[in-house]
Design a protein around this ligand. Structure first.
Ligand code: ZN
Length: 204
């Protein structure tokens, strides 16, 4: 086969690296983009460049943000005495969608996984302990840490590890559990189930 456009092949190559995109759909996307007005394609590429340029991690909670601290950490209406611990920044989005939680978050950046060589030091666990330990600006302190990690073996082990570390502190440790099937990720749980899981969280 002879390739008539190296530029088109390169675009297909790049697009096929996106998750869930095989070469066939990458080719379809590249063809679609090729047929669009140049402004539309430039607007897409600008949005992607901006994504990498402006989006960074909140230095307090670790979620993705355009400003530091993020809108949740800097919102005085959000209670700093409730901290919800999640694995990844996208979990903040899924929990926010339920409108169930009015506290703040702490993103670990993963879970403890000996198989993948991820130990506690690779995660933002030290930062979590520091947050629990430090008095809040409003004179409050963290009263409840809600563990909302995925209910798989690694999420369970990480929850247990954090629970142990938090024992010396005067803080309630709860876990969302009700109705969430074992092994499922927050991403795939419908809003109503996640909402119920939050409302009926248990002390551990
Ligand atoms: Zn934040």
């Amino acid at each position: 086969m002879q390739i008539t456009s190296e530029a088109l092949e390169r675009a297909i190559e790049e697009l096929s690296r996106l998750p869930g995109t095989g070469r066939k759909s990458a080719r379809r996307m590249a063809m679609y983009l090729l047929k669009q007005q140049p402004e539309k394609v430039f607007s897409l590429t600008e949005a992607l460049v901006e994504l990498k340029r402006s989006v960074h991690r909140c230095s307090t909670c670790g979620t993705v943000t355009d400003q530091d601290p993020c809108v949740i950490c800097s919102n005085p209406k959000r209670s700093g005495s409730e901290l919800c611990v999640v694995e990844e920044f996208q979990d903040v989005y899924y929990i926010e969608k339920t409108n169930e939680f009015r506290g703040r978050y702490h993103v670990l950046g993963g879970v403890i996984s000996p198989m993948q060589n991820v130990g506690p030091d690779e995660l933002r666990i030290r930062e979590l302990i520091d947050r629990v330990n430090a008095p809040l600006a409003e004179g409050e302190s963290v009263r409840e840490v809600i563990l909302a990690l995925n209910p798989d073996a690694e999420g369970e082990a990480t929850s247990y590890y954090i629970h142990k570390l938090l024992k010396p502190f005067d803080v309630e440790v709860t876990r969302i559990a009700y109705g969430i099937p074992m092994g499922s990720e927050l991403e795939y749980i419908d809003e109503a189930t996640l909402s119920r899981a939050f409302a009926s969280r248990n002390l551990i």
